[in-house]
Design a protein around this ligand. Structure first.
Ligand code: HEC
Length: 197
């Protein structure tokens, strides 16, 4: 088997196509990284923010030690598999989050994946002490999001022509009669006070 077989022309073409794709991907990556590292402005606008109270800080400590970031993401740390807790505080109150942590299945009215009873992987969470759950819930409720961001419950302030156009063309008349436009509500905290029971 010493003599090498020359590549067939079809194989050559395939290699070339693959090579071109590879080269383009590398160039794209290098350009992206160069821009990212040299630009003064963040590449993505930051839409979540936080301002911790004393209890919130204590909660963040407990959160960190309880290994929640094995599955979650918060404050730019944790896994990127989804399940980000950033901004959750603009959707739910601390009471509501605590309720979830304590009795996840009862709260969701249905089966959960990881929180809940053993042998689920995050079953340990609802067994943590009342004080720990309370402080962690406060911490999570202080992870806020800007109105209008994908993790916020409230729409962006002011009218948006785009949203008006979408509502105008896609929302059935029936819905308009049945539901209130959230943008017409006074924009307070926008946080849901009670669990939907
Ligand atoms: C083994 C993975 C895992 C671990 C560890 C884990 N979680 Fe979760 N968490 C989930 C999953 C999955 C969900 C979605 C609900 C479900 O199916 O269990 C969730 C949901 C949540 C929610 C509700 C989010 C929402 O939008 O309703 C909160 C709050 C939460 N987790 C907090 C925590 C805290 C605090 C800890 C640590 C003490 C923790 N989690 C540890 C996997 C995990």
């Amino acid at each position: 088997m010493s003599s090498k077989q020359p590549l067939k022309s079809g194989e050559k073409i395939l290699f070339i196509i693959f090579g071109v794709f590879f080269a383009l991907a590398m160039i794209g990556y290098i350009v992206l990284e160069t821009v990212r590292l040299t630009s003064d402005e963040p590449m993505y606008t930051q839409t979540t923010f936080f301002d911790f109270s004393e209890d919130g800080l204590k909660g963040s400590e407990i959160y960190r030690k309880a290994n929640c970031n094995a599955c979650h993401r918060a404050l730019r740390a944790g896994t990127s598999m989804g399940l980000s807790l950033d901004g959750l505080g603009s959707k739910y109150t601390a009471e509501r989050i605590e309720k979830f942590l304590r009795e996840p299945e009862k709260y969701y009215h249905g089966p959960t994946i990881d929180h809940g009873y053993p042998p689920k992987e995050a079953a340990y969470v609802s067994r943590m002490s009342d004080e720990e759950l309370r402080l962690m819930a406060i911490f999570i409720s202080e992870l806020k999001a800007d109105p209008g961001s994908s993790v916020a419950k409230t729409p962006p302030p002011g009218r948006s022509e785009f949203i008006d156009a979408m509502v105008g063309s896609f929302v059935p008349q029936e819905w308009k009669e049945k539901y209130k436009d959230i943008r017409d509500k006074p924009q307070e905290e926008g946080v849901q006070e009670k669990a939907d029971e």
